[in-house]
Write a new protein. Structure first.
Length: 411
C-alpha cells in the first residue's frame, strides 16, 4: 500500500495549494436585472432607499390613538387606509381608521389593533384586548436603511437576490465578466456524442458533462473538441486555449500510459503544482499554470472526472470570481444502511442515497457499483459517502460521513 500511495497528496493539501495561488478576476460590467441571473456581483450593493419606505400596518385592523383605545367604549370608524391609497382626511378624536396590511399609518396613529381583537357595533368598533404602544406598526427602515449593504461583493445572483434588488428600485447591477474556460478531451478512442462508433471507440461524455457543469456555474465555455494523442496537436491546443481562456480544462491524458501526453506537455509549456491525489476515484488530477491561464487536467474515467471537477475545479472557479459562500455543503455523520467495500490508502468518494428511514432518522445507502466508469451512479445519488483515507470496509449500521450534493449535481 505504501508504494501505491507514495507521492499522493491529500485532498485538503491539494485544495490549499491550488486556492492559495489564485487571485480573483476584477473585470466588471453593468447589466440589467433581467440579464443578471447567475452572475457574480463585482462590488457590494447598497440600498438607495429605506425598507419599508414609510410607517405601515403589519395587520388588517384599525389605526388608533392610545388615549382613545383605553376608553373601552365604541369608537366610530372615521375612514379607511389601503396599500397605495392612504387615509388623507381629518381624523377626529375618539375614532379609529380602518387600515389594511401594508397601508401607510395615518398621522397620529400610535398602534394598530388587529381586527380579530375587535367587535363591531353598527358603524363603530369595540377593542377587546389591551393595546401596546407601536403594536403592529412596521417603522420606516425597520428592514433596510438607506446605504445598508444588501449584497456583498462575490454574491451569485439568483431567485432570492434579484427580487430583493428589484424591490429597492435597482434596475442595473455591476457584475464580474464571465470566466472564460477552454475545454478539450484527449484520446484517439473518443468520438463526439451522436456519431457512430467504430471498434474500440467510446463516446466523449466527459467533455459534454464538464461543459454542462461549467454552464451551470455561469462560465463562458470555449469548446475545443477532441484532441488526438499527438504531441504537436496537443501543443497547438494548449497554446490556443491558453491564449483565449482564464482556465484550461482537459480530460484524459494525465495518467502514466505511453500515450498520455498531457502531463509532459504541461511540464513543457507551464508548471505543475501537483498531479496525483490520495482520493478515489480521481487519483490522476493535474493542476498547474500556463503562461496566461490556470490548468486543470481531469482523469479520463467519467466518475473520476466528475468527482475531481466537483471537489477541486468547482472551488477554484468560485475563488476566481471572489464568491463569499462556500461551494460545498457541510458534511454530516449518519448511519450507513449498506455494506461498503473499501481498501485503506485513499479518501474515497462513493455515491450514496441519503434519506429518512422508517424511524425518521437520516441514513445513507450505496447506489451499487462504484467503479470509476459507472457514471449511472450519479443519476441515482444525492450525496457522496466520504470514507476516511485509512478506513476499510463498512458494515451496515456503522457511522459514515456524507456530503449532500450542492446545486451543481442536484436534479
Amino acid at each position: 500500500m505504501e508504494s501505491f500511495t507514495a507521492g499522493l497528496i491529500s485532498l485538503e493539501e491539494a485544495q490549499q495549494k491550488m486556492l492559495s495561488q489564485l487571485t480573483p478576476i476584477t473585470d466588471s460590467l453593468s447589466v440589467t436585472l433581467a440579464e443578471a441571473a447567475g452572475r457574480i456581483t463585482a462590488r457590494a450593493v447598497t440600498s438607495p432607499i429605506a425598507v419599508p419606505p414609510f410607517d405601515n400596518s403589519a395587520m388588517d385592523g384599525y389605526a388608533v390613538r392610545l388615549a382613545d383605545a383605553s376608553r373601552g367604549q365604541p369608537l366610530p370608524v372615521a375612514g379607511k387606509a389601503f396599500a397605495g391609497a392612504p387615509f388623507r382626511g381629518e381624523w377626529p378624536a375618539g375614532s379609529v381608521i380602518r387600515i389594511m396590511t401594508g397601508a401607510p399609518v395615518p398621522a397620529g396613529c400610535e398602534a394598530v389593533v388587529m381586527q380579530e381583537q375587535t367587535e363591531t357595533q353598527g358603524d363603530a368598533i369595540v377593542i377587546t384586548a389591551p393595546v401596546r404602544p407601536g403594536q403592529n406598526i412596521r417603522l420606516t427602515g425597520d428592514d433596510i436603511q438607506p446605504g445598508n449593504v444588501v449584497l456583498a461583493a462575490g454574491t451569485r445572483l439568483g431567485a432570492a437576490e434579484l427580487p430583493l434588488l428589484a424591490s429597492l428600485g435597482i434596475a442595473q447591477v455591476s457584475v464580474l465578466r464571465k470566466l472564460r474556460v477552454a475545454i478539450f478531451s484527449t484520446g484517439d478512442e473518443l468520438r463526439p456524442v451522436g456519431e457512430p462508433l467504430a471498434e474500440g471507440e467510446i463516446y466523449d461524455t466527459n467533455r459534454f458533462a464538464v461543459s454542462l457543469m461549467l454552464q451551470k456555474l455561469g462560465c463562458e465555455v470555449i469548446d475545443m473538441g477532441i484532441i488526438k494523442d499527438d504531441p504537436a496537436a496537443l501543443r497547438a491546443a494548449f497554446s490556443e486555449a491558453d491564449r483565449q481562456a482564464d482556465v484550461v480544462i482537459s480530460t484524459g491524458g494525465v495518467s502514466v500510459g505511453e500515450a498520455d501526453f498531457t502531463k509532459s506537455m504541461l511540464e513543457e509549456l507551464g508548471a505543475i503544482s501537483f498531479w496525483k491525489l490520495a482520493i478515489k476515484p480521481g487519483k490522476p488530477f493535474a493542476f498547474g499554470r500556463l503562461s496566461s491561464s490556470w490548468f486543470c487536467g481531469l482523469p479520463g474515467n467519467p466518475v473520476s472526472a466528475a468527482v475531481t471537477f466537483y471537489q477541486l475545479v468547482q472551488p477554484l472557479l468560485a475563488t476566481l470570481t471572489g464568491q463569499q459562500k462556500p461551494a460545498l455543503p457541510p458534511r454530516q455523520k449518519v448511519r450507513c444502511a449498506s455494506r461498503l467495500k473499501k481498501s485503506p490508502g485513499r479518501l474515497d468518494f462513493q455515491r450514496g442515497i441519503l434519506r429518512q428511514n422508517a424511524q425518521g432518522e437520516l441514513e445513507v445507502e450505496t447506489t451499487g457499483m462504484q467503479g470509476s466508469h459507472v457514471f449511472s451512479s450519479f443519476a441515482q445519488a444525492n450525496c457522496f459517502i466520504v470514507l476516511e483515507r485509512d478506513r476499510g470496509n463498512v458494515e451496515p449500521g456503522e457511522w459514515v460521513e456524507v456530503e449532500p450534493f450542492n446545486t451543481l449535481l442536484e436534479a
